[in-house]
Design a protein around this ligand. Structure first.
Ligand code: EPU
Length: 439
């Protein structure tokens, strides 16, 4: 089983280039199903979630041509609605974003079928707002036996007003995709405003759609007859950038992050500044430096432009080493997004979770231990904790991390971190040197 092994304690120095945004990529790839023609996508992250989606599209009949590591050409002209072979189900069950296939297939063919989506397990992940939106556009949606089946009346969706009861990134994206070629106007209220919502709108518009208002809390979509091919460059990943910023905060040092949009990082930057981390912003880069002691603070997650829930575990890992009391409150996910706290405790962190909040008492140093990645961002938090800890940390279940971070080991090694990916047989766990079992 592959694991990350980190010898902690090295400060980070140098430059890291941030990859394209995962959550934009996983929306834009399915949206390409709507396009009859060649879509060239640039700045695509090389991560397992995008690989999975590209496989799904190619099973559906799309021509997928990798031009280089971050550029792909997708030709969905011959995608076939009947081509949902059983071998695809395992893939669609693996990732969250597979529910965007429903919006895209409904938009293109007037009918759709997929498995219920997978993704990180934060407890209950309802899709009622997706169903509400698709139903408003005239679809009949049936969720049963682990499948979602939908069909549009008379084979075509009709634009309509939609108002979400809850701000949902996924539901906003799904309805934007489905409405792009519906008959007439769709107005979606109480929508998510994350940077990848704006990126999806820009992608759809560059393929001939008419989407306005993305980035505000109401989006208007005038349906067009069809979308045409074109070239689109994805935005950089806000959360990957935030993760490297948090790693510098925890391990110390000075790192320049290139290929970022500093505006998207504002809420992360301002929290880190409160924690005594220096941030300098350029046009498309930020420099992060930490040479003094960390200060404690409180964090509460919120939909964009609030503090991102996808940075909550990483910041908790940093705050473990900030002397004093910090409180981290999760207000986006109802279920627990604090499962990883038990892993940080193995490393000597003082944290207690009550309802939606984690209460931390900073310690001088964490201690290396054997921990697991409970989900994607929780895994990133373990890497950060390991980089800052004394001794060796081994992280198991790294497949979660590789779903969303391109070349994490290579990027951290280039910054001076002592991190390796090793393929170790299970039994070796019984023979760990003492320091690995500490904490
Ligand atoms: N919700 C509902 N009903 C719905 C949809 C969502 O009640 O129909 C609730 C959820 O239970 C949650 C809240 O609304 O409490 C927000 O969920 P949202 O739909 O915004 O989340 P998502 O679309 O499933 C995306 C990201 C997540 C990220 C959230 C919030 C993708 C593929 N996933 O999930 O990213 O945490 O938005 O920003 O875009 C990650 O990248 O690690 C990750 C988990």
């Amino acid at each position: 089983m592959e694991k990350y092994v980190i010898q902690g304690g090295n400060p980070l120095h140098g430059e890291v280039e941030i990859s394209g945004a995962k959550n934009a990529a996983v929306a834009i790839i399915p949206a390409a199903i709507m396009v009859k023609g060649v879509c060239r996508l640039e700045n695509l992250p090389a991560i397992s979630d995008t690989d999975t989606l590209l496989h799904i599209l190619s099973y559906m009949g799309a021509k997928v041509t990798m031009i280089n590591r971050s550029t792909v050409e997708l030709d969905c002209t011959h995608v076939n609605m009947d081509a949902l072979p059983e071998r695809m189900w395992d893939l669609t069950r693996r990732i969250r974003a597979s529910y965007y296939l429903i919006g895209a297939m409904l938009g293109r063919f007037g009918q759709a079928c997929s498995t219920m989506p997978g993704g990180c397990n934060f407890g209950d992940r309802p899709i009622d707002q997706h169903i509400k939106g698709l139903t408003a556009l005239g679809a009949t949606v049936d969720v049963s036996g682990g499948f979602i089946r939908a069909s549009a009346k008379e084979g075509r969706l009709k634009g309509a007003p939609v108002y979400f009861d809850k701000v949902s990134v996924g539901a906003t994206i799904n309805i934007m995709i489905a409405a792009a070629t519906a008959d007439g106007m769709t107005v979606i209220g109480n929508v998510a405003r994350e940077p990848h919502i704006v990126d999806l709108a820009n992608f759809l518009n560059s393929m001939g759609a008419d989407v306005r208002g993305a980035g505000t809390d109401s989006i208007k979509i005038r349906g067009v007859k069809h979308l045409h091919g074109g070239t689109y460059t994805l935005i950089p990943d806000q959360i990957e950038a935030g993760t490297y910023m948090a790693a510098v905060a925890a391990a110390g040092g000075s790192v320049r992050l290139s290929n970022v949009i500093p505006k998207h990082l504002e809420c992360i930057s301002s929290k880190l500044r409160e924690m005594n981390v220096q941030i300098e912003e350029g046009d498309d880069h930020v420099i992060v430096r930490r040479d003094g002691p960390l200060h404690h603070t409180n964090i509460k997650t919120k939909p964009y432009p609030g503090f991102p829930t996808d940075m909550q575990p990483q910041m908790t890992a940093v705050l473990c080493c900030a002397p004093g009391r910090s409180v981290v409150t999760e207000a986006v996910w109802n279920g627990s997004r604090f499962k990883y706290v038990g892993e940080l405790k193995k490393m000597g962190a003082h944290i207690e979770v009550e309802d939606q909040s984690a209460f931390l008492e900073g310690v001088d140093r964490l201690t290396g231990s054997v921990v697991r990645a409970c989900d994607l961002r929780a895994g990133a938090a373990m890497v950060i904790a390991g980089l800052a800890a004394d001794g060796v940390t081994k992280i198991e279940d790294i497949n979660y991390i590789e779903r969303g971070y391109q070349n994490l080991v290579g990027k951290f090694r280039a910054l001076g971190a002592d991190i390796r990916c090793v393929d170790e047989p299970e039994e070796e766990d019984d023979l760990l040197p003492e320091d690995l079992n500490a904490g």
